[in-house]
Ligand binder design. Sequence first.
Ligand code: F6R
Length: 244
Amino acid sequence: VFENSKTASIAVAHEIAALIRSKQELQESCVLGLATGSSPKGLYAELVRMHKEEGLSFKNVITFNLDEYYPMEPDSINSYVRFMKELLLDQVDILPENYNIPDGTLSKEEIQDYCAQYEEKIEALGGIDLQILGIGGNGHIGFNESGSLQNSKTRLVALDHITRVAASKDFSGLNNTPRTAITLGVKKIMEAKRVILLAWGEGKSNIVKASAEGTVTNLVPASFLQEHNNAVFILDQGAASKLT
Ligand code: F6R
């Protein structure tokens, strides 16, 4: 629990930088799982600052984003491709072939094979070294909504009403908000060697408590992380305020 989201984000950025550098020394690639949304913005800002001011290189970094709305054009204002490029990927020296974000332009028939290949690519690299997560008001991680199974695969999912309502401000209304998305499954998230979930503000405090201290249940997918052997919740005072 940190004083505020800024100090927390800086601490997480430092952990990631140390991981990237340790992998560089071993001449290994560093596989990061990344999230979008408001929670990791400060983290990405600090990583960009470290790249620009401290020479942190992303040449050995390979990234996999958790999710993308479907359907979604990559250059659309609300696409997660655009979000990632603007906030991180275009600001650092990561190689364009080294970042992966689910493709929102596929035909429905192509999605299943594409999702299997997304997972195979992660496996071929030895899995995700460090996975960054946010948490939805309903406990979703990625877009694994309530009811997602612990062994769920990367797939096309229907978004919960509460998730669509939260997104609707960006899409100027619920009617324009996508109903579906492609998400990394819970299984690959749980296979990550380390997981860091970020949550800020009192609005997240009830779901943080349910996830960290409540029953492990697929109604709250973030509660699965209690069974991960190297997962942490990084919180500000507000998000931690209901913890016992
Ligand atoms: C985004 C994602 C989502 C968000 C979650 C929290 O890639 O996977 O699970 O992390 O909806 O969103 P924010 O951070 O905007 O509160």
